[in-house]
Design a protein around this ligand. Structure first.
Ligand code: HEM
Ligand code: NAG
Ligand code: NAG
Length: 317
């Protein structure tokens, strides 16, 4: 009898620890804030009309949020006292446009105070950002809660651009995401900009035998060297992720096949037969990429972890 009771207890325990504490649903705000989604879409659209780099920033913001403590808007919290927050940690390069979330939150607090979480705003803004850039749109499950903890030291848990395929696979699988999700979500790099520091290692002093990463197309490497000054004089120097960096398309996958991906972690998608096949598939079919991207975004954005609905996205209640 004892082992059965133990089994029962441990399954109750496992259930309470791992079941989604905030279960998500598509009509979550239907009664409590029916215009939530249109208010968020408006904030994203207004900001984008003034600054074309906003959609990329919003997409990356959601990814960073979800990979640390689940999608709980921990990425938005300000540092306070001696606690240095995530957004002040090292991989925060090009995290920007946080003001768009604040602006949507301000509207929402006027119309339905205390109802819409910052984490849901970030998830919806990422969807709107993709759609506004010519990518797919989709229904986002809602009902995330905001977290109360944000630590700069935890940003080392984000995957690095120097990662190999097995490191990427591990980072994703720790969050319940597969190799299919890895390839589809890496396609987010069809939007945006990268600083030289994120790919510098590939174009100079690569290793003891190669100055330049042999996995980079030589003329592309030469171009990158031109963009990135030798002594890193300009901190802001860098390049767009792909030439159509404000359009959500499948160019990113075509570039990988031409050895013109920016990061080792992008190029690494060719070093495993399964991920390589997906890169080839997405390079030939924008539809196949869009479909897979939507599927994986919903998976990633369903990693929840918060406890409250913040009044101000930058501080806990
Ligand atoms: C697979 C692991 C990933 C790694 C190693 C990675 C790494 C990076 C790095 C190093 C940058 C450039 C930062 C800079 O120098 O400014 C960047 C930018 C970006 N990443 Fe990722 N990323 C990954 C996955 C993702 C995912 C899953 C998404 C979204 C679905 C995403 C969306 C973006 C976007 C949109 C930008 C451009 C940001 C901007 O222009 O403001 N990334 N990423
Ligand atoms: C990134 O961190 C630095 C300090 O490490 C900080 O000055 C900067 O404001 C942060 N960027 C954002 C977008 O918060
Ligand atoms: C340098 O990198 C290349 C390509 O990844 C590899 O073949 C070579 O063995 C490396 N050399 C050293 C000394 O690590």
């Amino acid at each position: 009898m004892a082992p059965i009771v133990a089994l029962f207890l441990s399954s109750v325990l496992i259930f309470s620890v791992f079941s989604p504490v905030n279960s998500l649903s598509y009509n979550y705000y239907q009664k409590t804030c029916p215009h939530a989604e249109s208010m968020i879409a408006y904030a994203v659209k207004t900001a984008t009309s003034k600054d074309k780099t906003v959609p990329a920033a919003l997409l990356r913001l959601h990814f960073h949020d979800c990979f640390i403590r689940g999608c709980d808007a921990s990425v938005l919290l300000n540092s306070h006292g001696s606690n240095k927050a995530e957004k002040d940690g090292p991989p925060n390069l090009s995290l920007h446009a946080l003001y768009v979330i604040d602006s949507a939150k301000k509207d929402l607090e006027t119309w339905c105070p205390g109802v819409v979480s910052c984490a849901d705003i970030v998830a919806l803004a990422a969807r709107d950002a993709v759609a506004l850039s010519g990518g797919p749109s989709w229904d986002v499950p809602k009902g995330r809660k905001d977290g109360r903890t944000s630590k700069a030291s935890e940003t080392i848990k984000l995957p690095a651009p120097t990662f190999t395929i097995s490191q990427l696979q591990q980072s994703f699988s720790q969050r319940g995401l597969s190799l299919d999700d890895l390839v589809a979500l890496s396609g987010g790099h069809t939007l945006g900009f990268s600083h030289c520091s994120s790919f510098q290692n590939r174009i100079r002093n690569f290793n003891a035998t190669h100055d330049v990463d042999p996995l980079i197309n030589p003329s592309f490497a030469a171009k990158l060297k031109g963009v990135c000054p030798k002594n890193g004089k300009s901190k802001n120097a860098g390049t767009t992720m792909d030439p159509s960096s404000t359009t959500f398309d499948n160019t990113y996958f075509k570039l990988i096949l031409q050895k013109k991906a920016l990061f080792s972690s992008d190029q690494a998608l060719l070093s495993n037969p399964k991920t390589k096949n997906l890169v080839k598939k997405f390079a030939t079919s924008r539809e196949a990429f869009s479909k897979a991207f939507v599927n994986s975004m919903i998976k990633m954005s369903s990693l929840t972890g918060g406890q409250e609905i913040r009044k101000n996205c930058r501080v806990v209640n």
